[in-house]
Design a binder for this molecule. Structure first.
Ligand SMILES: Nc1nc(=O)c2c([nH]1)NC[C@@H]1CN(c3ccc(C(=O)N[C@@H](CCC(=O)O)C(=O)O)cc3)C=[N+]21
Length: 307
């Protein structure tokens, strides 16, 4: 049998992210003209997780390009929990900082929940504080800060589908607090019929075959196969997995998603690539959340929704 050919529309996350960042740059410029204040973002990195380092580098570039005030705190891997909590408390009180992001995962000796719960919900640009989780669950988008990866995935879906999502069957594979659960909440708020599948789901291929929208967020390279995809479905691949690339020899690696891209592209109506899909949107939505947090903390009226 011949190789399946690409039929799906490629969803260009890099291009959409650039347009979101351009809009945020314009909004930050207006904020500065009106108030003399810049949105302020603090990123805290404990230890040297490679994925987090990539993310911090991209974020720094994006924040600078958007005209934000941006600070980075890099702490050694053996930092005491109390010292990290003290830094978060100082950032909570810092009037120049409107967004605080503590890179996950944290080293094992630090209680992640304790750190996330200390961040002021108004400055929680990751949307991981239980108050923001609750506001999303109650549909209170006016007050919530929504996690960046699901928010970015929804922007891609809306720009791709160009019609209301209401009534569509959506299957989210993965139930993490960071992606799967908030993604399901956002799709539910759009009136999709939402299924959350996970490692204990029976007959996952058949569950996925029902979906008009597939969001893969399991962290297992190329787990979702082409013949699981309903013809014409929209596929959002959240996975970023580094795998060996023997074709290039030596210790070469390449990035793949949670979806077997070439196979799935032969069935899907539209699909995100990895890299260049959801990843750049995560960064763009972090900028959007920081601007939103700044306006709220400064008592200013909200800007129109990006999605
Ligand atoms: N509190 C917290 N919030 C996070 O959102 C968070 C975190 N911790 N810890 C680490 C992970 C990882 N993450 C990425 C975001 C964007 C890209 C990204 O821009 N990827 C590009 C480039 C990838 C590459 O070339 O390596 C792409 O997919 O095209 C990657 C990784 C956010 N994370």
């Amino acid at each position: 049998m011949s190789q399946p050919s690409l039929q799906a529309t490629l969803i260009d996350g890099k291009a959409v992210a650039a347009s979101v960042r351009a809009e945020i740059t314009a909004r930050a410029g207006r904020l500065f003209a009106e108030t003399g204040r810049k949105p302020g973002l603090a990123v805290v990195l404990v230890g040297e997780d490679p994925a987090s380092q990539v993310y911090v580098r991209n974020k720094d570039k994006a924040a600078a390009a958007c005209g934000f005030h941006s600070v980075k705190h890099t702490l050694p891997a053996d930092t005491a929990e109390a010292d990290l909590l003290a830094l978060v408390a100082a950032l909570n009180a810092d009037e120049a900082i409107h967004g605080i992001l503590v890179q996950l995962p944290l080293p094992g000796h630090i209680d992640e929940g304790k750190v996330l719960r200390l961040i002021r919900p108004e400055k929680d640009v990751d949307g991981f504080h239980p108050v923001n989780v609750g506001l999303l669950a109650t549909g209170d988008r006016e007050q919530a800060l929504v996690p960046c990866t699901p928010a970015g995935s929804l922007v891609l879906l809306k720009r791709t589908l160009d019609r209301p999502l209401a009534g569509l069957d959506a299957v989210v594979i993965g139930r993490s607090n960071i992606v799967g659960k908030p993604m399901a909440q956002l799709l539910l708020a759009e009136s999709c019929t939402v299924t959350i599948a996970h490692s204990r789901t029976r007959n996952l291929p058949d569950v996925v075959r029902r979906a008009d929208i597939v969001v893969a967020a399991v962290g297992r390279p190329e787990m979702v196969r082409g013949d699981w995809i309903k013809p014409g479905a929209t596929v959002i691949d959240v996975g970023i997995n580094r795998v060996p690339d023997p074709a290039r020899g030596g210790d070469a690696t390449r990035l793949v998603g949670d979806v077997a891209f070439a196979e799935a592209a032969a069935h899907a109506g539209a699909i995100t690539p990895v890299p260049g899909g959801v990843g750049p949107m995560t960064i763009a939505m972090l900028m959007a959340n920081t601007l939103t947090a700044a306006r709220r903390l400064l008592g200013l009226a909200p800007e129109p929704d990006l999605f």
